[in-house]
Write a protein that binds this ligand. Structure first.
Ligand code: FAD
Ligand code: NAP
Length: 387
C-alpha cells in the first residue's frame, strides 16, 4: 500500500500524503422508497496527523470492482498473477493488484484502442478505421461510450501481453468527499455524505466506482482505505462569528454545511440560513432531526425544496426567490453566501436567481445587477465548492 505517514503535527507534507483510514460506521440515510441510496460514513482519523477545518475535503483511493477485474482477466485469458512493471513507479506487482488499485477501468485510452488494432480481433478493421486521423470525432465518441471491459467484450483480442496491456491503462484517480462533520464535534473521525448511482455502458449496468466501493463493497472496521486531506481555503467560515451565513446545498452539497452548523453552534453563532433540496421529503431529507433541533433552538433558519414531491419541480433557487426580501436583508447585514453541490446546472441557476433578485428588488438594470453580484463575489461573499 502506498501509505506515507508523516507524524509531524501541522507539517505541510503530512497534509499532502495519504494515510490509512477505515470505515468506522456506515448508515443509509435515504429511506427504502428513495430513487437512490445515500449514506453517511464515519471515517477513522487515528492515523491522521494534520488538522482539517469545516469546508475542507478528503480524497480517497477507490478500489476497482473484483467482478469487473475477473471479466477483464477472463477475456484476456490471464489469471492476474502475472508480474507487471508499474508504468509510473516502475515497481513490480501482480497484474491483479495493478488492476485493483492503479488502473482506471472506467475510461478507455487511445493507446488501448491502438493496441487492440494489432490484436487480430474480429473488430480489428473497425478499430483501425477509427484510429485514422480523418475519423477523430468518431474515435472520441467511441472512447467516451466505452469502458475497458465493454471495449474488450466487443473486440476480444487474440493475445495481449500483460505488460503491454498495463501500459495502455489510464491511472486511477482519487475521489474527493467534503467533511460532513466539524472537528470541534468529533476529532478522531470525519463524516462523509455519499450518494450512490448506476449508469449504463454499452447496455451493461455499471456503478459509480468510488461511491459503490465506499457505500457497498468496503468492509466496515476492516481493511484500509488510503485518504488524503485537501484544504479548501476559499470555502471557510468567517473568522467573525457574528457574520450571518447563507448556505445553499442541494443533494450531497449539504455535506459541508452540517460541519459549518456544528461549528457555528459551538461559536454561539445563530445567524445561519440553510437551503436544502432533494428529490422527495419522505425519503431524502438527510439530517432532518438535526436541522429541526437547531431550528427549534433558534440557531438555524431552514428552507427546503423537494423537487419531485409535486408535478412541477421546485428547486432551492425557487425557495430563495420566494424569500427574496428576507434574503436581501441578510445581505444588508453582511451575510456570506456559500454554495455547494452540482456545478453543471445548480450553481449557475442559483447565481441567475440572485442576479434576478437584485434586478427586480433593487431596481437595477441587468448590467448593474451583474456588477452588484461581482462586487459580492470579489468581496468573497459569494463562495462556491461545486463539482
Ligand atoms: C471538492 C469535491 C467534493 C466532493 N464532495 C462530495 C461529497 O461530499 N459527496 C459525494 O457523494 N460526492 C462528492 N464529490 C464527488 C465525488 O468526488 C465523486 O465524483 C462521486 O462520488 C462519483 O464518483 P464515483 O467514482 O462513484 O463515480 P465514477 O465511477 O467516477 O462515475 C462514473 C460515471 O458516472 C457519472 N456520474 C458521476 N456522478 C454521478 C451521479 N451522482 N449520478 C449519475 N452519474 C454520475 C460520471 O460523469 C461518470 O461518467 C465531490 C467532488 C469534489 C471535487
Ligand atoms: N450524469 C452525471 O454525470 C451526474 C448525474 C447526477 C449527478 N451528478 C453529480 O453528482 C453530484 C451531486 O449530486 P447529488 O446526487 O448529490 O445531487 P443532485 O443530483 O444535484 O440532486 C439534488 C437535488 O437538486 C435538484 N436539482 C437538479 N437540477 C437542479 C438545478 N438546476 N438547480 C437546483 N437544483 C437542482 C435535484 O432535482 P431533480 O433530480 O428532481 O431534478 C435534486 O432534488 C453533482 O456534482 C452532480 O453533477 C452527475
Amino acid at each position: 500500500m502506498s501509505t506515507i505517514i508523516s507524524k509531524t503535527k501541522n507539517d505541510p507534507v503530512a497534509l499532502k500524503t495519504f494515510f490509512s483510514s477505515r470505515i468506522l460506521k456506515r448508515k443509509k440515510l435515504s429511506k427504502q422508497s428513495s430513487s437512490r441510496a445515500t449514506y453517511l460514513l464515519t471515517m477513522d482519523l487515528s492515523n491522521f496527523t494534520g488538522e482539517f477545518l469545516e469546508g475542507d475535503a478528503f480524497s480517497i483511493k477507490p478500489v476497482n470492482d473484483p467482478l469487473i477485474i475477473k471479466d477483464i482477466l477472463s477475456i484476456l485469458k490471464l489469471d492476474g498473477q502475472e508480474i507487471v512493471k508499474h508504468p509510473k513507479t516502475e515497481g513490480s506487482l501482480p497484474l491483479y493488484k495493478f488492476l485493483q488499485t492503479e488502473a482506471n477501468l472506467g475510461k478507455v485510452s487511445s493507446k488501448l484502442l491502438t493496441l487492440l488494432t494489432k490484436s487480430q480481433s474480429e473488430t480489428q478493421n473497425l478499430l483501425q478505421t477509427l484510429c485514422k486521423e480523418e475519423n477523430k470525432f468518431e474515435k472520441k465518441a467511441f472512447l467516451a461510450s466505452h469502458d475497458v471491459l465493454s471495449l474488450l467484450e466487443t473486440s476480444v483480442p487474440k493475445k495481449v501481453s500483460p505488460q503491454e496491456f498495463t501500459e495502455t491503462l489510464l491511472p486511477l484517480l482519487p475521489r474527493f468527499y467534503s467533511c460532513a462533520s466539524s472537528h470541534t464535534k468529533q476529532s478522531d473521525s470525519v463524516d462523509f455524505l455519499i450518494s450512490t448511482f448506476e449508469y449504463k455502458t454499452q447496455g451493461s449496468l455499471r456503478k459509480g466506482l468510488s461511491s459503490d466501493f465506499l457505500c457497498h463493497r468496503a468492509q466496515i472496521s476492516d481493511g484500509t482505505i488510503d485518504m488524503q486531506l485537501h484544504k479548501n481555503t476559499r470555502f471557510q467560515l468567517p473568522t467573525d462569528s457574528s457574520t450571518p451565513i447563507i448556505m445553499i446545498g442541494p443533494g450531497t452539497g449539504v455535506a459541508p454545511f452540517r460541519a459549518f452548523v456544528q461549528k457555528r453552534i459551538k461559536q454561539n453563532a445563530s445567524k445561519n440560513w440553510l437551503f436544502f433540496g432533494e428529490r422527495n421529503r419522505v425519503s431524502d431529507f438527510y439530517f432532518e432531526d438535526e436541522w429541526n433541533f437547531y431550528v427549534n433552538d433558534n440557531n438555524l433558519k431552514l428552507s427546503v425544496a423537494f423537487s419531485r414531491d409535486q408535478e412541477q419541480k421546485i428547486y432551492v433557487q425557487d425557495k430563495l426567490y420566494e424569500q427574496r426580501k428576507e434574503f436581501l436583508k441578510w445581505l444588508d447585514n453582511g451575510a456570506i453566501i456559500y454554495i455547494c453541490g452540482d456545478a453543471k446546472k445548480m450553481e449557475k441557476d442559483v447565481k441567475k436567481t440572485i442576479i434576478r433578485i437584485f434586478q427586480e428588488e433593487l431596481s437595477l438594470s441587468e448590467k448593474n445587477a451583474l456588477l452588484h453580484f461581482k462586487d459580492l463575489y470579489s468581496k468573497k461573499r459569494y463562495v462556491t465548492d461545486v463539482y
